[in-house]
Design a protein around this ligand. Sequence first.
Ligand SMILES: [Zn+2]
Ligand SMILES: [Zn+2]
Length: 281
Amino acid sequence: MRIDFHTHSSVSDGTDPPAAVMRQARTAGLDVVALTDHDTVDGHQDALQELPPGLTFVPGMELSCRLDGHSVHLLAYLFDPADAALAAETETIVRSRNERARLIVARLADLGVPVTWEQVADIAGDGVVGRPHIARALARAGVIERPADAFGPAWMGPGGPAYVRRYAPDPHRGIELVRAAGGVTVLAHPRGSGRGWQIPGEAIAGLAVAGLAGIEINHPQQDEATRAELAELAQSLGLIPTGGSDDHGELTGFRIGTETAPAGSCQRLAERASGAAPVRG
Ligand SMILES: [Zn+2]
Ligand SMILES: [Zn+2]
């Protein structure tokens, strides 16, 4: 059983449409794939419509949270997509991200950078406009070499001239909202390299008490030693170990199916969820 619990489509900041992500999942030899776009379930319907035979689809989302001023990502699965409170929260997050994107582009204009809102919106297509799209626009304009350079303190990173803070709920609230919608949550890339801050073990223990179901161990930014540490932590806290590629199409170089979750993890998560069920193609 090959499971990839973490993928993005062009509905958020991935580069491929949901249906293409599903085809790639099957081509990569996966049996189970979750679509976890940032703060939106808008890609689910398209993914389901062209679900390849034999592939099981797990509806998901990656919820943007903030703990003590630091970004924390929660993977949410199998919640009721029509739940009003969760939908209202994700709308607030998306609206705030859009406003931030506009503010960043305005600041870049003040700095004399030749990137327009139209260029950024064009890169985002139908997706939620976010900083990755601005980063790509900056690289295209030749202002920076690689999109990743945009996230440092010289540009959009904390302390940078184009840094703008946006709304994100506390992960305890995120866990509660997803639970109330019948879903389960998994802490995404808790020790992902290159992410600056790393969530302390005590904070993870606090989230476990709040109802966190699992922890992402297999992730392209976590090496073998880190995975061993996280597996131990998962064991001690009773959290389900999971994994996924964090595929964003062409954006990050993390490709679908290159990281997988332990075989029993899908069933273990599904047993704890009541808001939706995996769908077999
Ligand atoms: Zn993430
Ligand atoms: Zn992700």
